[in-house]
Design a protein around this ligand. Structure first.
Ligand code: ADP
Ligand code: MG
Length: 334
């Protein structure tokens, strides 16, 4: 056709004028870290970068999963009551970081609660409400002050018998930031990662050609929906616009739970009572630059509720609480 050449040149000029030629995208979904993980990345390096990011998540899953007998966490849980156990330095530092966050959240986030959550049996066929005496006995095997550290040999010891740790409330957030970093190292400038509700963004969302023309530019910030706690999965109740690289991480009562005698018991434990926290909220979302921080703080906020919010706001950019009537409350760092 006579005009084809001119149309192509026109399209090329418009693309250059608006900043880019629309980019190819790669989306991959896998089950790791006990959850569904999906990564969408854009640009010519995307395919290899996404594969590398999943390799990184798999590596962390092998190190951190408390339910896999070969993990560093299981190694600690099996042996640290008998003396110091040397662990992978990365895991050692993550555990120390988690203990620091326990202190900053006045104990609401606590990786030593495993003896208590095992009693409840969330995610097993044996999920049930334990006896009060069992809960009291299990609580005596908890407390981050009962962890002892040796920085020289990256070693950890439990001061009490039958203690156990679980990084389930921080591992996905940590992995989301590590995976985002892996994408960047592999040349990706635009991507969105979702690790079971732990969402991190890199750059912006590239638009398809005609969408870009209509928009007056080929990129738009990613929009992240916050799950409606009482709606169908995927139904948003609120939206966050990612103007910069951020992580948006939510803990909710709808995530993992069982019902007994008509009452719902969710999987986030209040370390003060040894029971699922009860403070009139359906979910807590943290917006922060760092995934591990956001993950730990979302759990802590879920435990503390609105009354404890002043303990959380100094530690991150934005907290969103959805209460039991699905009302939305936003709190920003002063
Ligand atoms: P999810 O895994 O559904 O995203 P969280 O990040 O809040 O939710 O992590 C919940 C997991 O963390 C629980 O399944 C349990 O293993 C552990 N956990 C429960 N209560 C606490 C707590 N108060 N502090 C730290 N970890 C917790
Ligand atoms: Mg968490």
């Amino acid at each position: 056709m006579k005009y084809t050449k001119y149309i192509l040149v026109f399209v090329l000029l418009i693309s250059l004028f608006f900043g880019t030629i629309p980019q190819k995208s790669v989306k991959k979904t896998e089950y790791m870290l006990d959850t569904v993980i999906s990564i969408t990345a854009y640009g010519k390096n995307a395919k290899k970068a996404v594969d590398e990011a999943f390799n990184e998540i798999k590596r962390l899953d092998n190190l951190l999963n408390a339910f896999s007998p070969e993990s560093e966490i299981s190694k600690i849980n099996q042996n640290a009551s008998n003396g110091f156990v040397s662990v992978n330095p990365e895991v050692y530092h993550l555990i120390k970081y988690a203990v620091g966050l326990s202190n900053s959240t006045f104990g609401a986030f606590d990786i030593t609660l495993k003896p208590v959550s095992d009693l409840w049996g969330f995610n097993t066929e044996n999920a049930h409400v334990p006896k009060t005496s069992e809960i009291e006995a299990a609580l005596k095997k908890t407390g981050t002050e009962n962890l002892e550290f040796d920085d020289n040999s990256s070693a950890i010891r439990f001061k009490l018998p039958e203690m156990a740790i679980d990084l389930g409330a921080i591992a996905k957030g940590y992995a989301s930031s590590r995976a985002a970093q892996t994408l960047k190292i592999n040349g990706v400038e635009n991507a969105i990662l979702d690790l079971g509700g732990n969402i991190c963004t890199i750059g912006k969302r590239p638009l398809a050609f005609f969408e870009g023309i209509a928009n007056g530019g080929f990129y738009k910030p990613f929009k992240i929906g916050i799950q409606n706690p009482t709606g169908a999965r995927g139904e948003s109740i609120h939206t966050i616009t990612a103007e910069e690289d951020i992580c948006v991480i939510t803990s909710g009562s709808y995530e993992r739970y069982f019902e007994e005698n008509g009452k719902r018991y969710h999987h986030i434990i209040d370390p003060k009572t040894g029971r699922p926290s009860e403070n009139g909220i359906n979910s807590a979302t943290i917006v922060s630059k760092e995934g591990a921080l956001g993950d730990a703080l979302s759990t802590a906020t879920f435990v503390l509720g609105k009354d404890g919010i002043e303990k959380i706001t100094p530690l991150c950019d934005l907290v969103i609480i959805i209460d039991s009537e699905n009302k939305i409350f936003e709190y920003r760092k002063d």
